[in-house]
Design a protein around this ligand. Structure first.
Ligand code: ZN
Length: 333
């Protein structure tokens, strides 16, 4: 079993699943939400637990094959990157074929946020009345990516965010050097997916640019310059850019309010000294929520360049507001 798997065994979500299995009341349709990297591993643990005669010993042949992805009674969907209606048609067909070995069969549905409404509707009946011995384990980044009618037919489990120490351990085992692993772990807000991206050279540059924008953006010339710099993150890194900006703002908010930032060294905290007084608490909170809207916009194919322009203007006007109110306070005194 790999490191992430052993960390997941200690999470409440897994303990709930295991105790259901031991009691003989394992739900037939379970949805787990959390980071993509974590939920992928969790589905393997769930499959092992459903098939193992000892409810997930993680050592027997059923467990090892379920974890290794070679168990003939564990089937995974979708076939491509995203769910298509044809995946659900195949799944329904597979569900009615008897298991190859025991009396149980496990269907794993990875990344259900990629299902559109008609695909989800097609799945409804099977979720409601799966054939005997069939267990379906679904994963999604976010619970609200699924229709209420689908959600209501699932037992819901939520994975917890990982600590910076665990995240940096995962990154180091994946080949990142110690320093970039620790920095990415401190800046990812508990998201392993974001940490993975931030530990790459490009991702670290992205986080650095976000910090620089918050510190140095001063005028309209700056917004044009930084819009140009951010353009290199359009495409595959556009969500990383927004997530990194959101995390930088969260760090700022914590430091501004003298709260500890898990995983941060004193030297890292000092890097924010010049930025802290340029924002009010309220402005930081507003920009955090704005970045959330931006991320949703990108999800619906908004243009990255225009999104960044809007964000830079928002940051600039927040800084001007803070400077004005500081000047007003000074003159009143
Ligand atoms: Zn076992």
């Amino acid at each position: 079993m790999d490191y992430i798997g052993s960390v997941l065994l200690g999470q409440p979500a897994y303990k709930i699943l295991k105790s259901q299995a031991v009691r003989g009341s394992l739900s037939h349709a379970v949805l787990v939400t959390g980071d993509t990297m974590l939920t992928g591993e969790f589905l393997k643990l769930a499959a092992a637990t459903a098939l193992c005669p000892n409810f997930g010993c993680m050592e027997c042949s059923d467990c090892r094959r379920a974890l290794g992805g070679t168990h003939p009674d564990v089937l995974s969907y979708p076939q491509g990157e995203k769910f298509a209606v044809s995946d659900i048609e195949k799944l329904i067909e597979d569900a009615y074929v008897r298991p190859m070995e025991g009396d149980r069969k496990v269907l794993l549905l990875h990344g259900c946020e990629s299902m559109n409404a008609s695909t989800q509707n097609k799945l409804l009946k099977t979720l409601e009345e799966p054939p005997r011995g069939v267990h379906m384990f679904l994963s999604a980044a976010n619970l609200y990516d699924l229709l209420p009618t689908v959600r209501s037919r699932l037992r819901l489990l939520e994975l917890r965010a990982l600590s910076p120490e665990v995240i940096s351990g995962v990154l180091e085992r994946g080949g990142a050097d110690r320093e970039s692993a620790a920095r990415a772990a401190a800046l990812c807000g508990g998201s392993l997916d974001l940490a993975e991206q931030l530990s790459t050279k490009k991702g670290a540059g992205c986080a650095g640019l976000c910090a620089e924008i918050l510190e140095r953006l001063k005028d309209e010339g700056g917004t044009a310059y930084y819009a140009g710099e951010a353009a290199q993150y359009s495409g595959g890194y556009s969500r990383t850019f927004l997530a990194a900006m959101q995390q930088q703002l969260r760090v700022l908010l914590r430091l501004k309010n003298r709260l500890d930032v898990p995983g941060f060294t004193d030297a890292q905290k000092k890097e924010y000294d010049r930025t802290l007084n340029q924002f009010t608490n309220r402005a930081i909170i507003e920009i955090i929520s704005y970045t959330g809207e931006c991320a949703l916009g990108l999800h619906y194919n908004a243009n990255f360049g225009m999104t960044v322009d809007g964000l830079l203007l928002k940051i600039l006007s927040a800084k001007r507001g803070a400077a004005r109110s500081a000047a007003n306070t000074a003159s009143a005194l």
